[in-house]
Design a binder for this molecule. Sequence first.
Ligand code: PXG
Length: 443
Amino acid sequence: MGNIETTLGIDLSAFWMPFSANRQFKHAPRLLVGAKDMHFTAHDGRKVLDGTAGLWCVNAGHGREKIISAAKAQLDVLDFAPTFQLGHPKAFEAAQKIAALAPEGMDHVFFSNSGSEAVDSALKIALAYHRARGEGQRTILVGRERGYHGTGFGGISVGGMTNNRKTFGNLLPRVDHLRHTWDIEHQAYSRGQPEWGAHFADELEQRIIPLHDASNIAAVIVEPVAGSTGGLVPPKGYLERLRAICDKYGILLIFDEVITGFGRLGKPFGADFFGVTPDLMSFAKGVTNGTIPMGGVVASNKVYDAFMQGPEGAIELFHGYTYSGHPVAAAAAVATIDLYREEGLFERAAAIAPYFEQALHSLKGLPNVIDIRNLGLIGVIEVAPRPGAVGARAFDVFTDCYANGLLVRPAGDTLAMSPPLIVEKSHIDEMVGKLGAALKRAA
Ligand code: PXG
Protein backbone atom coordinates (compact mmCIF):
# COMPACT_ATOMS: atom_id res chain seq x y z
CA MET A 1 0.00 0.00 0.00
CA GLY A 2 2.87 2.31 0.80
CA ASN A 3 4.05 2.31 -2.79
CA ILE A 4 1.12 3.90 -4.50
CA GLU A 5 0.48 6.28 -1.66
CA THR A 6 4.07 7.46 -1.72
CA THR A 7 4.17 7.70 -5.50
CA LEU A 8 0.97 9.68 -5.76
CA GLY A 9 1.19 11.47 -2.44
CA ILE A 10 -2.31 10.45 -1.39
CA ASP A 11 -3.88 8.68 1.57
CA LEU A 12 -6.40 6.00 0.65
CA SER A 13 -7.98 5.61 4.06
CA ALA A 14 -10.80 8.18 4.01
CA PHE A 15 -12.68 7.17 0.87
CA TRP A 16 -15.25 4.48 1.75
CA MET A 17 -15.43 2.88 -1.67
CA PRO A 18 -18.76 1.73 -3.12
CA PHE A 19 -19.43 -1.94 -3.89
CA SER A 20 -15.78 -2.70 -3.10
CA ALA A 21 -13.67 -4.83 -0.78
CA ASN A 22 -12.17 -1.74 0.87
CA ARG A 23 -9.46 -3.46 2.94
CA GLN A 24 -8.33 -5.75 0.14
CA PHE A 25 -8.26 -2.85 -2.33
CA LYS A 26 -6.31 -0.59 -0.04
CA HIS A 27 -3.69 -3.30 0.38
CA ALA A 28 -3.35 -3.80 -3.38
CA PRO A 29 -4.87 -0.74 -5.05
CA ARG A 30 -5.72 -0.40 -8.70
CA LEU A 31 -5.65 3.33 -9.41
CA LEU A 32 -6.52 4.92 -12.72
CA VAL A 33 -5.03 8.32 -13.34
CA GLY A 34 -5.88 9.09 -16.96
CA ALA A 35 -7.95 7.94 -19.92
CA LYS A 36 -8.09 8.51 -23.67
CA ASP A 37 -10.30 6.79 -26.24
CA MET A 38 -10.13 3.02 -25.57
CA HIS A 39 -7.56 3.10 -22.77
CA PHE A 40 -7.10 3.99 -19.13
CA THR A 41 -3.69 4.88 -17.78
CA ALA A 42 -2.84 3.18 -14.49
CA HIS A 43 -0.85 4.93 -11.77
CA ASP A 44 2.33 3.20 -12.91
CA GLY A 45 1.91 4.44 -16.47
CA ARG A 46 0.57 1.17 -17.89
CA LYS A 47 -2.17 1.37 -20.51
CA VAL A 48 -5.27 -0.66 -19.66
CA LEU A 49 -7.71 -1.45 -22.46
CA ASP A 50 -11.17 -0.43 -21.30
CA GLY A 51 -13.28 -3.49 -22.04
CA THR A 52 -16.19 -2.15 -20.00
CA ALA A 53 -16.63 1.50 -21.07
CA GLY A 54 -15.88 2.43 -17.46
CA LEU A 55 -19.03 1.13 -15.80
CA TRP A 56 -21.04 0.75 -19.02
CA CYS A 57 -21.10 4.51 -19.53
CA VAL A 58 -18.25 5.82 -21.68
CA ASN A 59 -19.89 4.79 -24.94
CA ALA A 60 -18.00 7.23 -27.18
CA GLY A 61 -14.65 6.42 -25.59
CA HIS A 62 -12.68 8.53 -23.13
CA GLY A 63 -11.57 12.12 -23.25
CA ARG A 64 -13.75 13.22 -26.15
CA GLU A 65 -12.88 16.82 -26.93
CA LYS A 66 -16.31 17.89 -28.11
CA ILE A 67 -18.00 16.85 -24.87
CA ILE A 68 -15.29 18.22 -22.64
CA SER A 69 -15.26 21.61 -24.33
CA ALA A 70 -19.06 21.83 -24.19
CA ALA A 71 -18.98 21.22 -20.42
CA LYS A 72 -16.17 23.76 -19.95
CA ALA A 73 -17.96 26.37 -22.06
CA GLN A 74 -21.15 25.90 -20.04
CA LEU A 75 -19.26 26.42 -16.77
CA ASP A 76 -18.00 29.72 -18.09
CA VAL A 77 -21.49 30.95 -18.93
CA LEU A 78 -23.82 29.53 -16.29
CA ASP A 79 -22.51 27.23 -13.57
CA PHE A 80 -25.86 26.57 -11.94
CA ALA A 81 -29.44 27.60 -12.26
CA PRO A 82 -32.49 26.08 -10.57
CA THR A 83 -35.10 24.20 -12.56
CA PHE A 84 -37.83 24.46 -9.91
CA GLN A 85 -40.19 27.15 -11.23
CA LEU A 86 -37.24 28.57 -13.17
CA GLY A 87 -35.22 27.21 -16.04
CA HIS A 88 -32.20 27.56 -18.29
CA PRO A 89 -31.86 26.81 -22.00
CA LYS A 90 -29.55 23.78 -21.88
CA ALA A 91 -31.96 21.66 -19.85
CA PHE A 92 -34.69 22.20 -22.45
CA GLU A 93 -32.27 21.54 -25.28
CA ALA A 94 -31.02 18.32 -23.69
CA ALA A 95 -34.57 17.10 -23.07
CA GLN A 96 -35.47 17.85 -26.68
CA LYS A 97 -32.48 15.85 -27.98
CA ILE A 98 -33.26 12.88 -25.78
CA ALA A 99 -36.94 12.95 -26.74
CA ALA A 100 -35.98 13.10 -30.42
CA LEU A 101 -33.81 10.01 -29.95
CA ALA A 102 -36.49 8.12 -27.99
CA PRO A 103 -39.19 5.98 -29.62
CA GLU A 104 -42.11 7.75 -31.22
CA GLY A 105 -44.70 8.91 -28.74
CA MET A 106 -42.17 9.30 -25.91
CA ASP A 107 -41.63 13.05 -25.97
CA HIS A 108 -41.09 14.12 -22.36
CA VAL A 109 -37.98 13.92 -20.20
CA PHE A 110 -37.65 14.19 -16.43
CA PHE A 111 -34.06 14.63 -15.20
CA SER A 112 -32.22 13.04 -12.28
CA ASN A 113 -28.51 12.65 -11.55
CA SER A 114 -28.02 8.90 -11.64
CA GLY A 115 -29.61 5.68 -12.71
CA SER A 116 -30.82 4.95 -9.19
CA GLU A 117 -32.66 8.25 -9.04
CA ALA A 118 -33.96 7.66 -12.55
CA VAL A 119 -35.50 4.36 -11.47
CA ASP A 120 -37.03 5.79 -8.32
CA SER A 121 -38.41 8.67 -10.40
CA ALA A 122 -39.94 6.25 -12.90
CA LEU A 123 -41.58 4.22 -10.13
CA LYS A 124 -42.98 7.38 -8.53
CA ILE A 125 -44.26 8.65 -11.88
CA ALA A 126 -46.01 5.31 -12.39
CA LEU A 127 -47.74 5.52 -9.00
CA ALA A 128 -48.68 9.17 -9.53
CA TYR A 129 -49.98 8.44 -13.04
CA HIS A 130 -52.55 5.99 -11.76
CA ARG A 131 -53.56 8.30 -8.96
CA ALA A 132 -53.97 11.20 -11.38
CA ARG A 133 -56.36 9.02 -13.35
CA GLY A 134 -58.39 8.02 -10.31
CA GLU A 135 -56.79 4.59 -9.90
CA GLY A 136 -54.74 5.36 -6.80
CA GLN A 137 -55.20 1.79 -5.57
CA ARG A 138 -52.71 0.62 -8.20
CA THR A 139 -49.64 0.58 -5.98
CA ILE A 140 -48.04 -2.81 -6.59
CA LEU A 141 -44.73 -2.67 -8.47
CA VAL A 142 -43.48 -5.79 -10.21
CA GLY A 143 -39.78 -6.30 -10.80
CA ARG A 144 -37.80 -9.40 -11.69
CA GLU A 145 -35.37 -11.77 -10.02
CA ARG A 146 -31.76 -10.83 -10.80
CA GLY A 147 -32.86 -7.36 -11.89
CA TYR A 148 -30.60 -4.41 -11.04
CA HIS A 149 -32.28 -1.05 -10.72
CA GLY A 150 -29.71 0.84 -8.71
CA THR A 151 -29.52 1.28 -4.98
CA GLY A 152 -32.34 3.60 -3.94
CA PHE A 153 -34.92 1.98 -1.69
CA GLY A 154 -37.29 1.76 -4.65
CA GLY A 155 -34.69 0.26 -6.92
CA ILE A 156 -33.55 -2.43 -4.47
CA SER A 157 -37.16 -3.33 -3.70
CA VAL A 158 -38.06 -4.05 -7.32
CA GLY A 159 -34.52 -5.31 -8.00
CA GLY A 160 -33.65 -8.93 -7.60
CA MET A 161 -30.02 -9.12 -6.52
CA THR A 162 -29.82 -10.90 -3.20
CA ASN A 163 -26.77 -9.18 -1.77
CA ASN A 164 -28.25 -5.75 -2.47
CA ARG A 165 -31.55 -6.68 -0.85
CA LYS A 166 -30.84 -8.93 2.10
CA THR A 167 -29.61 -6.24 4.50
CA PHE A 168 -32.20 -3.65 3.63
CA GLY A 169 -35.29 -5.78 3.35
CA ASN A 170 -38.09 -5.15 0.96
CA LEU A 171 -38.88 -1.60 1.90
CA LEU A 172 -41.58 -0.88 -0.62
CA PRO A 173 -44.57 -2.57 0.93
CA ARG A 174 -46.22 -3.87 -2.20
CA VAL A 175 -43.80 -5.53 -4.57
CA ASP A 176 -43.66 -8.81 -6.45
CA HIS A 177 -41.12 -10.31 -8.83
CA LEU A 178 -41.23 -12.24 -12.07
CA ARG A 179 -38.67 -14.99 -12.38
CA HIS A 180 -35.55 -14.16 -14.37
CA THR A 181 -35.24 -15.36 -17.94
CA TRP A 182 -32.03 -17.39 -17.89
CA ASP A 183 -32.09 -21.15 -18.12
CA ILE A 184 -28.74 -22.78 -18.74
CA GLU A 185 -30.25 -26.08 -19.80
CA HIS A 186 -32.21 -24.58 -22.68
CA GLN A 187 -30.20 -21.46 -23.46
CA ALA A 188 -26.47 -22.12 -22.93
CA TYR A 189 -24.25 -20.55 -25.58
CA SER A 190 -27.14 -18.81 -27.31
CA ARG A 191 -25.83 -16.27 -29.77
CA GLY A 192 -27.94 -13.19 -29.28
CA GLN A 193 -31.49 -13.78 -28.10
CA PRO A 194 -32.28 -17.31 -26.89
CA GLU A 195 -34.96 -19.07 -28.92
CA TRP A 196 -36.48 -20.60 -25.79
CA GLY A 197 -38.14 -18.85 -22.87
CA ALA A 198 -40.76 -16.35 -24.13
CA HIS A 199 -43.24 -18.12 -21.87
CA PHE A 200 -41.48 -16.72 -18.78
CA ALA A 201 -43.52 -13.56 -19.44
CA ASP A 202 -46.75 -15.50 -18.95
CA GLU A 203 -46.07 -15.67 -15.22
CA LEU A 204 -47.39 -12.12 -15.09
CA GLU A 205 -50.79 -13.23 -16.26
CA GLN A 206 -50.77 -16.70 -14.74
CA ARG A 207 -49.48 -16.01 -11.22
CA ILE A 208 -48.99 -12.34 -10.42
CA ILE A 209 -52.22 -10.87 -11.78
CA PRO A 210 -54.48 -13.60 -10.31
CA LEU A 211 -52.72 -13.24 -6.94
CA HIS A 212 -52.94 -9.45 -6.58
CA ASP A 213 -55.62 -8.54 -9.13
CA ALA A 214 -54.59 -6.31 -12.02
CA SER A 215 -56.56 -3.40 -10.57
CA ASN A 216 -53.90 -3.12 -7.83
CA ILE A 217 -50.82 -3.31 -10.05
CA ALA A 218 -49.16 -0.05 -11.12
CA ALA A 219 -46.19 -1.13 -13.22
CA VAL A 220 -43.79 -3.81 -14.33
CA ILE A 221 -40.12 -2.79 -14.49
CA VAL A 222 -37.45 -4.78 -16.31
CA GLU A 223 -34.10 -4.16 -17.92
CA PRO A 224 -34.44 -5.01 -21.63
CA VAL A 225 -31.17 -6.96 -21.15
CA ALA A 226 -30.34 -7.60 -17.49
CA GLY A 227 -26.84 -6.11 -17.33
CA SER A 228 -25.27 -6.18 -13.88
CA THR A 229 -26.52 -9.63 -13.09
CA GLY A 230 -24.56 -11.12 -15.95
CA GLY A 231 -26.05 -10.14 -19.29
CA LEU A 232 -29.32 -12.06 -19.31
CA VAL A 233 -30.62 -11.60 -22.84
CA PRO A 234 -34.41 -11.77 -23.18
CA PRO A 235 -35.70 -14.78 -25.09
CA LYS A 236 -37.25 -14.03 -28.47
CA GLY A 237 -40.82 -12.84 -27.99
CA TYR A 238 -40.52 -12.32 -24.22
CA LEU A 239 -40.63 -8.52 -24.13
CA GLU A 240 -43.43 -8.48 -26.71
CA ARG A 241 -45.50 -10.72 -24.44
CA LEU A 242 -44.84 -8.57 -21.38
CA ARG A 243 -46.00 -5.55 -23.39
CA ALA A 244 -49.18 -7.29 -24.52
CA ILE A 245 -50.10 -8.44 -21.02
CA CYS A 246 -49.45 -4.99 -19.54
CA ASP A 247 -51.64 -3.44 -22.23
CA LYS A 248 -54.43 -5.91 -21.61
CA TYR A 249 -54.60 -5.01 -17.91
CA GLY A 250 -53.75 -1.29 -17.90
CA ILE A 251 -50.36 -1.86 -16.23
CA LEU A 252 -47.49 0.47 -17.13
CA LEU A 253 -44.35 -1.11 -18.58
CA ILE A 254 -41.06 0.49 -17.53
CA PHE A 255 -37.82 -0.33 -19.31
CA ASP A 256 -34.76 0.41 -17.24
CA GLU A 257 -32.45 1.48 -20.08
CA VAL A 258 -29.58 2.69 -17.92
CA ILE A 259 -27.26 0.18 -19.65
CA THR A 260 -29.14 -0.55 -22.87
CA GLY A 261 -29.68 3.12 -23.74
CA PHE A 262 -27.44 5.22 -25.98
CA GLY A 263 -26.22 2.64 -28.41
CA ARG A 264 -25.14 -0.37 -26.36
CA LEU A 265 -27.27 -2.63 -28.58
CA GLY A 266 -26.56 -0.73 -31.79
CA LYS A 267 -29.77 1.31 -31.58
CA PRO A 268 -30.61 4.40 -29.52
CA PHE A 269 -32.46 2.34 -26.90
CA GLY A 270 -33.26 -1.30 -26.18
CA ALA A 271 -36.86 -0.37 -27.01
CA ASP A 272 -35.73 0.31 -30.60
CA PHE A 273 -33.66 -2.84 -30.80
CA PHE A 274 -36.51 -5.07 -29.65
CA GLY A 275 -39.27 -3.07 -31.32
CA VAL A 276 -41.19 -2.87 -28.04
CA THR A 277 -42.18 0.55 -26.72
CA PRO A 278 -42.55 0.93 -22.96
CA ASP A 279 -44.55 3.63 -21.17
CA LEU A 280 -41.52 4.92 -19.25
CA MET A 281 -37.77 4.50 -19.76
CA SER A 282 -35.12 5.23 -17.17
CA PHE A 283 -31.70 6.25 -18.50
CA ALA A 284 -28.32 7.48 -17.21
CA LYS A 285 -24.67 6.56 -17.93
CA GLY A 286 -24.25 6.98 -21.72
CA VAL A 287 -26.38 10.13 -21.83
CA THR A 288 -23.29 12.19 -20.95
CA ASN A 289 -20.71 9.57 -21.94
CA GLY A 290 -19.99 9.27 -18.22
CA THR A 291 -18.45 12.74 -18.03
CA ILE A 292 -20.96 14.43 -15.72
CA PRO A 293 -23.57 12.60 -13.63
CA MET A 294 -27.00 12.67 -15.23
CA GLY A 295 -30.00 10.37 -15.42
CA GLY A 296 -33.66 10.67 -16.14
CA VAL A 297 -36.93 9.22 -17.29
CA VAL A 298 -38.46 9.44 -20.74
CA ALA A 299 -42.24 9.41 -20.46
CA SER A 300 -44.75 8.52 -23.13
CA ASN A 301 -47.19 11.19 -24.12
CA LYS A 302 -49.96 9.08 -22.60
CA VAL A 303 -48.31 9.27 -19.20
CA TYR A 304 -47.27 12.92 -19.41
CA ASP A 305 -50.68 14.07 -20.65
CA ALA A 306 -52.40 12.38 -17.71
CA PHE A 307 -50.57 14.81 -15.42
CA MET A 308 -51.27 17.95 -17.45
CA GLN A 309 -54.82 18.34 -16.18
CA GLY A 310 -56.50 20.63 -13.70
CA PRO A 311 -55.63 24.25 -12.92
CA GLU A 312 -52.65 25.58 -14.86
CA GLY A 313 -51.05 26.91 -11.69
CA ALA A 314 -50.96 23.48 -10.06
CA ILE A 315 -47.64 21.68 -9.68
CA GLU A 316 -48.29 18.39 -11.44
CA LEU A 317 -45.61 16.22 -9.84
CA PHE A 318 -44.16 16.74 -6.38
CA HIS A 319 -40.79 15.28 -7.21
CA GLY A 320 -37.38 16.52 -8.40
CA TYR A 321 -33.75 17.13 -7.49
CA THR A 322 -31.68 20.28 -6.96
CA TYR A 323 -29.60 19.18 -9.91
CA SER A 324 -32.41 18.01 -12.24
CA GLY A 325 -31.18 19.23 -15.63
CA HIS A 326 -27.95 20.70 -14.22
CA PRO A 327 -26.49 23.08 -16.81
CA VAL A 328 -23.12 21.34 -17.10
CA ALA A 329 -24.67 17.87 -17.33
CA ALA A 330 -27.20 19.15 -19.85
CA ALA A 331 -24.44 20.69 -21.98
CA ALA A 332 -22.50 17.43 -21.83
CA ALA A 333 -25.64 15.48 -22.84
CA VAL A 334 -26.29 17.71 -25.84
CA ALA A 335 -22.68 17.38 -27.03
CA THR A 336 -22.67 13.63 -26.39
CA ILE A 337 -25.82 12.97 -28.39
CA ASP A 338 -24.49 15.14 -31.23
CA LEU A 339 -21.24 13.17 -31.17
CA TYR A 340 -23.04 9.82 -31.27
CA ARG A 341 -24.89 11.00 -34.36
CA GLU A 342 -21.96 12.68 -36.13
CA GLU A 343 -19.75 9.62 -35.76
CA GLY A 344 -22.57 7.14 -36.40
CA LEU A 345 -21.57 5.30 -33.26
CA PHE A 346 -24.81 3.36 -32.80
CA GLU A 347 -24.55 2.04 -36.36
CA ARG A 348 -20.92 1.30 -35.74
CA ALA A 349 -21.81 -0.78 -32.67
CA ALA A 350 -24.36 -2.69 -34.72
CA ALA A 351 -21.81 -3.32 -37.48
CA ILE A 352 -19.09 -4.68 -35.20
CA ALA A 353 -21.43 -6.71 -32.94
CA PRO A 354 -21.24 -9.89 -35.09
CA TYR A 355 -17.42 -9.84 -34.87
CA PHE A 356 -17.65 -9.35 -31.10
CA GLU A 357 -20.09 -12.27 -30.87
CA GLN A 358 -17.84 -14.55 -32.91
CA ALA A 359 -14.78 -13.62 -30.85
CA LEU A 360 -16.55 -14.17 -27.51
CA HIS A 361 -17.90 -17.55 -28.47
CA SER A 362 -14.39 -18.69 -29.41
CA LEU A 363 -13.82 -18.92 -25.64
CA LYS A 364 -16.20 -21.88 -25.41
CA GLY A 365 -14.39 -24.94 -24.15
CA LEU A 366 -11.88 -23.09 -21.96
CA PRO A 367 -11.55 -24.40 -18.40
CA ASN A 368 -14.65 -23.80 -16.25
CA VAL A 369 -16.51 -21.74 -18.85
CA ILE A 370 -20.17 -22.81 -18.58
CA ASP A 371 -21.97 -20.20 -20.70
CA ILE A 372 -21.35 -17.30 -23.05
CA ARG A 373 -24.04 -14.71 -23.71
CA ASN A 374 -24.06 -11.65 -25.93
CA LEU A 375 -26.17 -8.98 -27.54
CA GLY A 376 -24.98 -5.84 -29.29
CA LEU A 377 -21.83 -4.78 -27.45
CA ILE A 378 -22.68 -6.69 -24.28
CA GLY A 379 -20.73 -9.89 -23.80
CA VAL A 380 -20.64 -12.13 -20.75
CA ILE A 381 -18.65 -15.24 -19.87
CA GLU A 382 -20.02 -17.33 -17.01
CA VAL A 383 -17.59 -19.57 -15.14
CA ALA A 384 -18.34 -22.37 -12.70
CA PRO A 385 -17.93 -21.16 -9.10
CA ARG A 386 -15.12 -22.63 -7.04
CA PRO A 387 -16.59 -24.92 -4.38
CA GLY A 388 -17.56 -22.81 -1.37
CA ALA A 389 -16.24 -19.58 -2.91
CA VAL A 390 -18.81 -17.98 -5.17
CA GLY A 391 -17.27 -15.19 -7.23
CA ALA A 392 -13.65 -16.01 -6.39
CA ARG A 393 -12.79 -17.43 -9.79
CA ALA A 394 -14.24 -14.48 -11.71
CA PHE A 395 -12.48 -12.06 -9.36
CA ASP A 396 -9.15 -13.78 -10.03
CA VAL A 397 -9.76 -13.50 -13.76
CA PHE A 398 -10.52 -9.79 -13.33
CA THR A 399 -7.30 -9.06 -11.39
CA ASP A 400 -5.26 -11.17 -13.80
CA CYS A 401 -6.69 -9.29 -16.79
CA TYR A 402 -6.06 -5.96 -15.08
CA ALA A 403 -2.44 -6.90 -14.42
CA ASN A 404 -2.16 -7.73 -18.11
CA GLY A 405 -3.69 -4.51 -19.35
CA LEU A 406 -7.39 -5.29 -19.78
CA LEU A 407 -10.40 -4.12 -17.80
CA VAL A 408 -13.30 -6.57 -17.55
CA ARG A 409 -16.09 -6.45 -14.96
CA PRO A 410 -16.64 -9.32 -12.55
CA ALA A 411 -20.10 -9.91 -11.05
CA GLY A 412 -20.60 -13.11 -9.15
CA ASP A 413 -19.04 -15.73 -11.38
CA THR A 414 -19.57 -13.80 -14.56
CA LEU A 415 -17.20 -11.54 -16.46
CA ALA A 416 -18.85 -8.80 -18.44
CA MET A 417 -17.47 -6.86 -21.35
CA SER A 418 -19.15 -3.76 -22.75
CA PRO A 419 -16.52 -1.81 -24.66
CA PRO A 420 -16.93 1.75 -25.90
CA LEU A 421 -18.73 1.80 -29.25
CA ILE A 422 -15.52 3.03 -30.93
CA VAL A 423 -13.96 -0.40 -30.33
CA GLU A 424 -11.91 -1.81 -33.24
CA LYS A 425 -11.55 -5.45 -34.26
CA SER A 426 -7.97 -5.41 -32.99
CA HIS A 427 -9.23 -4.36 -29.54
CA ILE A 428 -11.73 -7.19 -29.55
CA ASP A 429 -8.96 -9.64 -30.46
CA GLU A 430 -6.87 -8.29 -27.59
CA MET A 431 -9.79 -8.52 -25.15
CA VAL A 432 -10.61 -12.10 -26.04
CA GLY A 433 -6.94 -13.11 -26.11
CA LYS A 434 -6.19 -11.69 -22.67
CA LEU A 435 -9.42 -12.98 -21.17
CA GLY A 436 -8.82 -16.43 -22.62
CA ALA A 437 -5.30 -16.56 -21.18
CA ALA A 438 -6.58 -15.44 -17.76
CA LEU A 439 -9.36 -18.05 -17.83
CA LYS A 440 -6.76 -20.76 -18.43
CA ARG A 441 -4.73 -19.54 -15.48
CA ALA A 442 -7.76 -19.33 -13.17
CA ALA A 443 -8.47 -23.05 -13.19
N1 PXG B 1 -30.43 0.61 -13.55
C1 PXG B 1 -29.60 -0.20 -14.23
C2 PXG B 1 -30.16 -1.12 -15.26
C3 PXG B 1 -28.23 -0.14 -14.00
O1 PXG B 1 -27.41 -0.95 -14.66
C4 PXG B 1 -28.64 1.56 -12.34
C5 PXG B 1 -29.98 1.46 -12.63
C6 PXG B 1 -28.19 2.53 -11.30
O2 PXG B 1 -27.46 3.56 -11.85
P1 PXG B 1 -26.52 4.45 -10.90
O3 PXG B 1 -26.12 5.58 -11.80
O4 PXG B 1 -27.34 4.92 -9.76
O5 PXG B 1 -25.38 3.59 -10.47
C7 PXG B 1 -27.73 0.75 -13.03
C8 PXG B 1 -26.27 0.86 -12.70
C9 PXG B 1 -21.92 -3.38 -13.14
C10 PXG B 1 -22.45 -2.06 -12.70
O6 PXG B 1 -20.81 -3.72 -12.84
C11 PXG B 1 -23.67 -1.66 -13.18
C12 PXG B 1 -24.21 -0.46 -12.75
C13 PXG B 1 -23.52 0.35 -11.88
C14 PXG B 1 -22.27 -0.05 -11.42
C15 PXG B 1 -21.73 -1.27 -11.83
O7 PXG B 1 -22.63 -4.14 -13.81
N2 PXG B 1 -25.45 -0.14 -13.23
